[in-house]
Design a protein around this ligand. Sequence first.
Ligand SMILES: [Zn+2]
Length: 336
Amino acid sequence: MKVLFFAIFSSIVFSCNSAQNATDQKKDNVAYAKTITAEDLQKHLYVYAGDAMEGRMTGSKGQKLAAEYIRNFYMDEGIASPIEKNNYYQNIPQSYFEGRKDPKSSENVVAFIKGSEKPEEIIVISAHLDHVGMDSKGNVFNGADDDGSGTVAILEIAQAFQKAVKDGNGPKRSILFLHVTGEEIGLYGSRYYTENPLFPLENTVCNLNIDMIGRIDPNKKETPNYVYLIGSNKLSQELQDVSSEVNEKYTQLELDYKYDDPNDPNRFYYRSDHYNFAKNNIPIIFYFNGVHEDYHKITDTPDKIEYDLMEKRTRLIFYTAWEIANREKRITADKL
Ligand SMILES: [Zn+2]
């Protein structure tokens, strides 16, 4: 009797579930986005951009500590490596840095959530784990914004996706969390990755690259609810459309495209890690807050970060990745 009752009961539950599946999934992305909080971002960033990391210069002791922090996070969260069990490092040999003063080996840190329906199609979310080290007096360049902000944003995005996986709501396409080294000395880690990709580049749907999302551009003091998007329609109009649709729906930030102007002297499109994907014809979005008075100074510290704004920007990236990962059709480089 009990067993029979259970069988009938569970079949009713099951049929309700499948009928409501589409709506639930939509609702759930909001619940997962809410796990990305200013408080968690702040907690991570005070450690990640702390003095103990010694400014995270590529190949230094501090950079190795930073890589360990990222790896330990993924291990604790139960998010796998795409390389092999418990090995989250894509090692880059010293020879790759030849021509640099005092070349040292270094590593990208990678973690992976396998897609449930189209696992071969990969979305790469990237940020650089390195910064510029210390000055001759031993002052630490904390790099809280550059790029502690992008680094800890990825950790929170990964955690939100992992929660979805645990609920049986994991993304249809795969997501690679890519923490690249050697950015500050010349985009080495992202170049190494695109020359030695863990998944074929032709199956790489897009790259969402985060480099500095925790501060406010002095020109934006009056209208701080913004983020600069760079390169978002350079290869794919579809990618920009998805991004602006999810923003309209969920985050309502001002998406400022001013740095897409080909005459802009800053040439930011060429200056962070997404460029190594873009030059391989992979659609990209570069998320950026603009430069500010503490850029590449010892005063780029975690106490100056706007955590509430950073939460909103991080959620925008999460929603964008969620939509690209779950939508029916793969986005394409429709402007090639
Ligand atoms: Zn940077």
